[in-house]
Design a binder for this molecule. Structure first.
Ligand code: ADP
Length: 597
């Protein structure tokens, strides 16, 4: 009962979705379908009348009168058939339009929803498997659950059309036909369940398939693929996956053929029985030949109608199992809570990490161990440490993207998660290590951090100047309107260093009170780096700057340097203080300085 309720609620939800997308199409489809089903009945009767008229009028002296009637009946029948084929074409067109509108809507819904979820949820492998399935299947499955809807009225009226003549002749025949259709109904439900289970077992394979296929078909990887000659190795892996999936597909298809053949047996026996029965009745004169023909056709219409209902229920059910994944996704609530507090424009107490311990859901050990630090509202702090020391993780925690298991992180005296995170992020300017440039113009790419000012070209230019990328943009074919992707007309692909400067310009464009830069200038040439960093220091004079960098020439300019080792802050102080300590910082600094001599 519970599962019925769930099914009903899901169906209602999907229907409401289609109704929101295009109410008139949905209503139109239902009406057309009902009308189509209903036209079966007059056709049955017209055929009967035609046949009986011809048989009773054979050898009639006034055959011209009968012939005229025959012509009128033929015109009527052709008229109905004409209307039916017009409606069918019209229904196809409307169905296609509605399908694509629903699929567009779902694409947007998935994107918007994904953006509301928290990072730990999104990064979990279980979520990834399921989400890939949702994004792969949802479009088609939601429509799959709805499309029978337009067939149901047709099926119901087809059943009524077939049932009326049969029921008036002998109600028992109707019952026999229902009984013969039952095995089909049972088998269809069972097959839908098995198919869902089998496809579900392939989630991981489909996910890896997606990766590999992207790796070998996306042109951005072409350099690596060519130079390392990876195509053969990777395609062999893809081939193995494809074979595994195909094997399950094959089993699934043949299982369907086998069971359908089995359920066709009672229906075939029924057709033989009814065919013989009606025509023998006509032979012995109990009914007219027209009636025999009509009853036989009515039985066919009725079985077709039942078949349609059973098939459609099976389609709805099969798609429902997948649509449940879609509704699961749409109903996910972020695990990391976001509060209501708003960060003021001016900070009073800065940032505090208070005995913070953190590990990722998949890590075996602490990634951050007992990290305590405090940063004043106008401090600039550089964080150094080996790869994997936990620098990026520390920044992610500060942004509230993950939550520490022990200890707390305060911004301006309040724990991060008491803030409305969306609004908090508006006040923090972040440049990540692996940030993406969308295929947008240079102006939009820079204004990406505050799109409300996307048309303010002079401020965009100002940010570009600070990041020393203005001169480069001015040389581009369309200057600030040049798309930063050479696959687009007049587009260009900036170099690694130029890309980083655009990222920096973007970060500096946002009016924030905390700036976080994670390896912002690793690809920028040292001279430009120094100048850009001077600019960064200038504009962050009244705010917090947190900088992760391996370039000690930049790092040394920070007010304070934190050394992170194995998830713990091992040293903290200015360049001069740390050099005097002769610890890890001084060792690394000297090593780098030597290599430049
Ligand atoms: P750093 O920035 O100092 O190079 P990170 O903070 O990126 O180091 O990583 C610290 C450790 O956490 C590494 O061992 C890394 O493998 C692990 N790690 C980073 N991100 C994740 C993640 N999303 N899930 C699991 N482990 C992660």
């Amino acid at each position: 009962m519970d599962s019925f309720k769930r099914f009903f609620l899901t169906y209602r939800r999907i229907l409401a979705l289609a109704y929101r997308v295009n109410p008139s199409y949905l209503v139109l489809l239902t009406i057309i379908s009902a009308f189509w089903g209903l036209t079966n009945l007059p056709i049955l009767y017209i055929n009967k009348i035609l046949l009986d008229l011809v048989i009773s009028s054979i050898g009639h002296p006034n055959w011209e009168v009968v012939a005229r009637t025959i012509i009128w009946i033929a015109i009527l029948r052709a008229g109905i058939e004409f209307a039916r084929s017009f409606l069918s074409r019209y229904q196809n067109a409307v169905t296609n339009l509605l399908t694509s509108q629903i699929s567009n809507k779902i694409e947007i819904m998935l994107g918007v929803k994904l953006n509301t979820l928290d990072i730990p949820t999104i990064e979990s492998p279980v979520f990834q498997d399921k989400y890939k399935k949702v994004s792969r299947e949802s479009n088609q499955r939601v429509w799959g659950m709805l499309s029978p809807l337009s067939d149901f009225p047709n099926a119901i009226f087809t059943i009524i059309s077939g049932a009326i003549p049969l029921f008036t002749f002998n109600p028992l025949i109707t019952l026999v036909i229902i009984a013969a259709s039952l095995p089909e109904a049972f088998v269809s439900g069972r097959l839908a369940k098995l198919e869902y289970r089998d496809r579900d077992s392939l989630n991981k394979e489909y996910r890896i398939w997606g990766w590999i296929s992207w790796l070998i078909t996306d042109t951005r990887q072409i350099y690596e693929n060519k130079l390392y000659d990876t195509a053969n190795y990777v395609t062999a892996k893809l081939n193995a996956l494809q074979e595994k999936v195909e094997e399950i597909n094959r089993a699934l298809r043949f299982r369907r053929v086998k069971w359908r053949t089995f359920t066709d047996v009672p229906l075939t026996l029924l057709v033989i029985g009814l065919n013989s029965y009606f025509f023998i009745l006509a032979l012995i004169g109990r009914i007219t030949l027209g009636s025999a023909q009509m009853l036989y056709q009515a039985a066919n219409t009725l079985t077709n109608g039942f078949n349609m209902v059973v098939q459609n229920i099976a389609v709805v059910y099969e798609n429902y199992l997948f649509v449940q994944d879609f509704t699961w996704f749409m109903d996910l609530v972020p695990k990391l809570s976001s509060g209501t507090k708003i960060l003021p424009d001016k900070l009073h107490t800065g940032i505090v990490f208070d005995h913070v311990f953190f590990k990722y859901p998949t890590s075996t050990d602490w990634v951050l161990k007992d990290v305590s630090l405090s940063i004043n509202p106008t401090d600039n702090v550089a964080i150094v440490g080996e790869n994997g020391a936990g620098k990026t993780t520390l920044l992610k925690l500060l942004l509230g993207l993950h939550s520490p298991q022990k200890g707390q992180i305060l911004i301006n005296g309040l724990p991060v998660h008491e803030y409305n995170l969306q609004k908090l992020w508006h006040k923090i300017s972040v440049l990540q290590q692996d940030f993406h440039l969308f295929p947008l113009s240079a102006r939009e790419s820079i204004a990406f951090s505050d799109l409300s000012r996307v048309n303010n070209l002079s401020e965009v230019k100002q940010a570009a100047k600070l990041a020393e990328i203005d001169a480069y943009i001015e040389t581009l074919p369309l200057k600030y309107e040049t798309p930063l992707n050479k696959e687009l007309e007049h587009g260009v692909d900036p170099s690694g260093g130029q890309k980083q400067r655009i990222g920096l310009a973007r970060t500096m464009f946002r009016k924030s009170n905390i700036m976080i830069l994670d390896e912002p200038t690793s690809n920028v040439d040292p001279k430009a780096e120094e100048e850009i960093f001077e600019n960064v220091l200038k504009i962050t004079r009244d705010q917090i700057l947190m900088l992760v960098s391996h370039r000690f020439s930049t790092v040394r300019k920070a007010d304070r340097i934190l050394v992170l080792e194995n998830g713990t802050v091992s040293e903290s102080g200015s360049h001069e203080q740390l050099m005097k300590q002769k610890g890890t910082y001084s060792e690394l600094f000297t090593l780098q300085a030597k290599s430049y001599q």
